[in-house]
Design a protein around this ligand. Structure first.
Ligand SMILES: O=C(O)CCC(=O)C(=O)O
Ligand SMILES: [Fe+2]
Length: 210
């Protein structure tokens, strides 16, 4: 059964312009022009102003696993508040189930190697990660710019490569419809080859964030 921290294929397909990426194994959706050029530009400025090295929850000893930078976005900024509302509308999930909005910035040579967004049940800190807000349910991410070369998001289990495109939303269910974790969500933010890449990430949880 669908929990309050989850979106659904039927809700997303009822939103104007949403397309499902064909796959039997994964619920993956695209919405072009989710954000306007102006919105993307403002968000990029915010990311530029407050970036710090990205971290990873399921650390595996590879220091080059995620080489990008991250920015925690402040919801009191009107553009961030507007993004929060737009994500709530398109996902059907109340903002309180979302982790804090983040921006990610990659320069040439930077990547986030193949990973899943859900917390690995075998990880020593699994219980801590999930204690308050539960497991991650859905991922919504928005590309803020067209990248000069590289920087695509590759879902290698289902053999799909999504190209960054200014304003494009990508959303997927980290679990199968029966609630089990879906390893077919494995994705790799491939190396930027030329220029910069900026994205917004929003991870939703089973229970309110806090
Ligand atoms: O930048 C991308 O294409 C994907 C980012 C990602 O997978 C993440 O931040 O979890
Ligand atoms: Fe990810």
């Amino acid at each position: 059964m669908q929990g309050p921290g989850e979106s659904s294929a039927s809700h997303l397909m009822a939103q104007s312009g949403v397309q499902r990426v064909p796959s039997q194994r994964l619920e993956l959706f695209i919405l072009r022009d989710f954000l306007s050029a102006n919105e993307c530009e403002t968000l990029i400025e915010l990311i530029e102003a407050e970036r710090r090295p990205s971290t990873i929850a399921n650390h595996n000893g590879d220091d080059l696993f995620r080489t990008s930078e991250t920015c925690d976005l402040h919801h009191d900024h009107p553009c961030v508040a507007a993004l929060d509302r737009k994500l709530a509308d398109v996902s059907g999930i109340a903002p309180v189930y979302g982790e804090r909005l983040q921006g990610q910035r990659y320069e040439a040579g930077q990547e986030f190697k193949a990973h899943t967004d859900y917390f690995e049940p075998g990880h020593p800190d699994y219980k801590t990660f999930c204690a308050v807000s539960g497991q991650r349910t859905w991922t919504f991410m928005v590309y803020l710019n067209d990248v000069e070369a590289g920087g695509a998001t590759r879902f290698k289990v289902i053999d799909k490569i999504i190209q960054p495109e200014r304003g494009k939303l990508l959303a997927w269910n980290n679990r199968r419809p029966d609630g089990s974790l879906n390893a077919a969500t494995l994705h790799h933010a491939m190396k930027v080859r030329k220029g910069l890449k900026y994205v917004i990430t929003r991870w939703y949880r089973e229970r309110p964030w806090g």
